[in-house]
Design a protein around this ligand. Structure first.
Ligand SMILES: Nc1nc2c(ncn2[C@@H]2O[C@H](COP(=O)(O)OP(=O)(O)OP(=O)(O)O)[C@@H](O)[C@H]2O)c(=O)[nH]1
Length: 206
């Protein structure tokens, strides 16, 4: 994980004083087909694709997680639930902004084997700029390059550009593959840690 030793100890100290389970809501945002649902599904059911109705499958969307010596109740949301809805429709953008506004943090997922997917993610980031900000502070964000199993060494451009994008928005990139079950734990720990640190900063400011 990318936390400094100082942040790590602040986080552990804060959590050691919390008696109750911490509820964290994370928005999974990203262009169509990036693998948002597959990442969640793979983690919960061990499957990549499934015919069951994922939207009704509560175990997919909320899960207890033990991180940094504390229990969290993690709720996931995503904006592209209606398969027939195109990315660019007005209602999709409204849904996307709504999810981001309600979330404590965001995972920005794109398909690491597709330059178009990264272009889509950049556009999406512009769309969520407003709900992502609370006053002059931005909610925690982590970029996830999914489908790294499809990236060959000779065509790593979308991955390298993804790292540059993550840096440009003051974030980090985590490599993941829902297919090979890689990266989910890392992205979970990273985003939840950043969310808790944002709570600590807010408390410190009061
Ligand atoms: N090779 C490979 N394929 C993947 C991976 N993750 C997802 N897929 C495939 O990519 C396709 C799209 O995955 P979804 O999980 O539906 O993507 P999504 O981002 O939820 O898509 P929308 O609902 O359209 O926004 C599916 O056919 C998955 O099987 C991965 O890590 N590697």
């Amino acid at each position: 994980m990318s936390l400094s030793a100082e942040d790590d100890s602040r986080l552990r100290e804060y959590l050691s004083q919390c008696r109750l389970e911490q509820v964290v809501t994370i928005a999974l945002c990203g262009p169509r087909g990036a693998g948002k649902l597959s990442l969640l599904r793979r983690r919960s059911t061990g499957m990549l694709d499934d015919d069951d109705d994922d939207q009704l499958n509560r175990s997919l969307w909320q899960k207890r997680e033990y991180l940094h010596g504390a229990w969290f109740f993690v709720r996931w949301t995503t904006h592209t639930k209606a398969k027939e809805t195109a990315d660019t429709t007005h209602s999709d953008r409204i849904a996307l902004r709504g999810h981001v506004a309600e979330a404590d943090g965001c995972l920005l997922v794109y398909d690491a084997a597709s330059k178009d997917s990264l272009v889509g993610l950049r556009q999406l980031y512009e769309t969520i700029h407003e709900p992502l900000h609370v006053g002059d502070k931005r909610k925690p964000v982590v970029v996830v390059a999914n489908k790294v199993d499809l990236v060959r060494e000779t065509e790593e451009l979308a991955l390298r550009e993804g790292i540059a994008f993550a840096k440009s928005i003051d974030s980090i990139l985590i490599k993941a593959s829902a297919k090979d079950a890689i990266g989910f734990d890392d992205m979970l720990v990273e985003i939840v840690s950043r969310v808790v640190l944002s709570w600590i900063s807010r408390t410190d400011e009061l």
